[in-house]
Design a protein around this ligand. Structure first.
Ligand code: EPZ
Length: 445
């Protein structure tokens, strides 16, 4: 398995460009299953999860052409298989996003029930309850979820449903399913992440009638069929936040281009509060550097958008190890998302875990160590800690980071970081369609 070797202590300086948002690209790729016409997606990030999603679409029978690395032309006009197989769902739980489109368009779908993953049990009960609310029959057969429309090959029936918990992919799955249902569907307590609005924009370009995406109540008027469309994926707000922290934690300064500051408002506000200087140079560029008087600790609680994102929790924890004082970090979304803390403790971080809160004392001069990544965002936080640490850090299992960050080591090297990828002869480079690491088969995100 590939590793990263980082020699810490460099102040990052220069310009980074943000890639497309993985968590928008994944549902948008699934949305192509809703039509037999071609859906063209631009600005896809070149990351492992996108390769996995492409393999899933091809296994289902769609054709995926790539005129260039970050553009996919998807045509689902000869679907033979109405299922997402175990091997792929095990690797990436976002494969469940095939459920809604297949059920809506063909009246049937079979998806391996995703197991838990490093950060939690990750159930999909809210997705399934939603499909049942739209008239589907949902059952479990040898570990697979099998869903059928009320009448064989028939359409789902629009209805009003209330999510007991805010669920991002649950909202996306039901929004896609409702586009082809008979009548109107209203989703209450819907997720409000920018990726939801991006998916809704694509669906409406395809001829859907979705209103209210980005608010807690989304209304969808079902239509008979959808057509092709062309769409550019929004920039990745979590990659943006990660590089903002990289500038601050190395006491450097970065110009972050190709981002959408308004999608990172809460993260920008929190970083400014702890002493990071952030200037919005224009609608797609941020200038970030640490203030002269250093960082001061501040508490944070993760909550659904527009509150502080759970996907920035680990990166924020790394930053708080360098801040003066005590910060209490409360994780309310996932039940096991502090695994990065024990790795940071190996680097000298002073962190106490109590249930779903982590108390960080700082500042601490971190020292390089051999650490192990456990999930996508934990990997990013260990890179950040390594950049700030004295000496050399070796991060194992970096295939986790390859799932959601496009060539992060190249982007960091370009702004002065001393980081190199040590390729494991077994795994080899990130290749097309390949899932190189047997270990990674058990990863989900
Ligand atoms: C999405 O996961 C993201 N993944 C995650 O990003 C992100 O951390 C998460 O939303 C929260 O923002 C993608 O968009 C592909 P949820 P998702 O359904 O949709 C519980 C990353 O690092 N829940 O919003 O799977 C669930 O267990 C990844 O890029 C149910 O109980 O998350 C969790 O506690 C990691 N039943 C909470 O709700 C359900 O049916 C929020 O989960 C669904 C969810």
């Amino acid at each position: 398995m590939d590793k990263f070797r980082i020699k810490g202590g460099r102040h990052l300086r220069g310009r980074v460009t943000i890639s497309g948002a993985k968590n928008s690209a994944l549902p948008c790729m699934a949305a192509a299953l809703l039509t037999s016409e071609t859906v063209i997606l631009h600005n896809l990030p070149y990351v492992r999860d996108i390769i996995t999603q492409r393999r899933l679409l091809e296994d289902i029978g769609a054709t995926v052409l790539m005129p260039e690395l970050r553009t996919h032309k998807i045509t689902a006009d000869n679907i033979e298989l109405f299922e997402a197989p175990y091997e792929l769902v095990k690797t990436m739980r976002a494969s469940v996003l095939a459920l809604g489109p297949l059920l809506a368009r063909f009246g049937k779908a079979r998806v391996s029930l995703p197991g838990g993953c490093a950060i939690g049990t990750r159930p999909i009960d809210l997705h399934l309850a939603g499909f049942e609310h739209l008239g589907a029959e949902v059952g479990l057969e040898s570990g697979d979820v099998v869903a059928r429309a009320p009448k064989p090959g028939g359409r789902l029936l629009g209805g009003e449903l209330h999510f007991d918990k805010v669920t991002v992919t649950g909202t996306e799955n039901l929004m896609m399913a409702a586009t082809l249902a008979e009548g109107k569907t209203v989703l209450h307590n819907a997720a409000r992440e920018p990726e939801i609005a991006d998916l809704a924009e694509l669906l409406n370009k395809m001829g859907a009638r979705v209103r209210g995406a980005g608010t807690p109540t989304i209304q969808i008027e079902g239509v008979e069929s959808l057509g092709g469309a062309e769409h550019t994926i929004i920039p990745d707000r979590i990659e943006t936040g990660t590089f903002m922290v990289a500038a601050a934690i190395t006491n450097g300064e970065l110009e972050i281009k190709g981002c959408r500051p308004e999608h990172s408002a809460i993260v920008i506000a929190k970083l400014r509060e702890v002493g990071v200087e952030i200037e919005e140079l224009n609608q797609s560029t941020l200038y970030v550097r640490c203030c002269g008087s250093g960082l001061k600790a501040s508490d944070v609680t993760t909550e659904p958008h527009p509150r502080f994102p759970t996907d920035m929790q680990a990166q924020y924890m790394a930053l708080m190890t360098q801040a003066r004082g005590r910060s209490v970090i409360t994780e309310t979304i996932f039940e096991n998302r502090f695994m990065h803390a024990s790795e940071m403790q190996r680097m000298g971080a002073r962190i106490q875990i109590e249930g779903n809160t982590a108390t960080v004392e700082g500042p601490t001069q971190l020292t390089g160590a051999r650490v192990q990544a456990s999930d996508l965002r934990a990997s990013a936080s260990l890179v950040l800690a390594g950049l700030a640490a004295k000496g050399e850090t070796l991060i194992d299992r970096v295939y986790h980071i390859d799932r959601g960050y496009e060539k992060i080591e190249d982007k960091l090297c370009a702004v002065g970081a001393d980081i190199e990828r040590i390729r494991d002869s077994v795994t080899g480079p990130l290749t097309e369609g390949g899932i190189q690491n047997p270990e990674s088969r058990s990863q989900k995100g």
